[in-house]
Design a protein around this ligand. Structure first.
Ligand code: LHQ
Length: 262
């Protein structure tokens, strides 16, 4: 049987491919487990300085595998909080806390938790034919995997409510225009462009990228005063890195910096 996740590392980039194309890469427990392992390795392995997440086949990810539960009349009630608490919440937390950038190449439809896992990445590039669907309400569920947090912050509450209540398909071009994602590219250029972005980030000041993620994540819930304090503290840390010395030296010597991620 094929592996539900494919993982490879090249030029400092760990590429993770969701690989259940016959189900549009819908999540099952095995896939969650392997994704967790891959992200743990990304966190620990100094040779990995950026992650590229994508999907195999024509879809990115259709969220939870809906064929895994018996919801027929008369079946026992299901406590979905167990799945959310055991799999999706830890996944989103792990992605946001990863002190390295995650680029997401959305190669096709991203629905339900699949859409929100994409939004949990740091730079989302989508193929022109891709789309984003808050599919939850269509099956009688509430957006999860951080959707109710990401959406209003990215696109404002009017659009967030429209997306969540209606559960309609948002084409990638609209997603880019609305500010939901970083950019949209032609389908045949998706992997080249996303890989180039990931390689660029993998050659950057890795520790500082981790600090930038922390700062921007914190800003969503903090005051300007608190954020100014945090920026001061993070800049202190950044100033102690080798990459800071290298960046300034390279600027003064009018050459490109060679960051080591340290
Ligand atoms: C699928 C799925 C899928 C299984 C396509 N599962 N097979 C958290 C915790 C606990 C429980 C519940 O949920 C959550 C979080 C969530 O993610 S809830 C939201 C779950 N996802 C959805 O509701 C989306 C369901 N899928 C769709 O609406 C459509 O498949 C989309 C709009 C994504 C794509 O439509 P099409 O391009 O027309 O493709 P398709 O529907 O024909 O799908 C292709 C195949 O993939 C098909 O199988 P088949 O054997 O007929 O070829 C689908 O059954 C299968 N598939 N999504 N989530």
């Amino acid at each position: 049987m094929s592996q539900p996740i494919l993982v490879s590392v090249d030029a400092g980039v760990q590429t993770i491919t969701l690989n259940r194309p016959e189900r549009l890469n819908a999540f099952n427990p095995e896939m969650h487990g392997l994704l967790r392992e891959a992200l743990a390795r990304a966190a620990d392995d100094e040779a990995i300085r950026a992650v590229l997440l994508t999907g195999a086949g024509r879809g990115f990810c259709a969220g939870q595998d809906l064929s895994e539960r018996d919801v027929s009349a008369g079946s026992a009630p299901i406590d979905l909080s167990v799945t959310i608490g055991s799999y999706y919440n830890p996944l989103v937390r792990r992605m946001r806390a990863l002190p390295k950038p995650i680029v997401c190449a959305v190669n096709g439809v991203a629905a339900g938790a699949g859409a929100n896992v994409a939004l949990a990445c740091d730079l989302v590039v989508a193929a022109r034919s891709a789309s984003f669907i808050q599919a939850f309400s269509k099956i009688g569920l509430v957006p999860d995997s951080g959707g109710t947090w990401f959406l209003p912050r990215l696109v404002g509450s009017a659009r967030a409510l429209g997306l969540a209540l209606l559960g309609d398909k948002l084409p990638a071009e609209d997603a880019a225009r609305w500010g939901l994602i970083w950019k949209v590219v032609d389908d045949e250029q998706l992997m080249d462009e996303a890989a180039a972005l990931a390689r660029e980030l993998a050659a950057g000041p890795t520790r500082v990228y981790g600090l930038i993620k922390r700062a921007l994540c914190a800003s969503a819930t903090s005051t300007l005063d608190a954020q100014l304090e945090l920026e001061r503290d993070l800049q202190r840390e950044a100033g102690f890195t080798e990459d800071y010395r290298e960046g300034v030296t390279a600027f003064l010597e009018k050459r490109k910096p060679h960051f080591k991620g340290k």
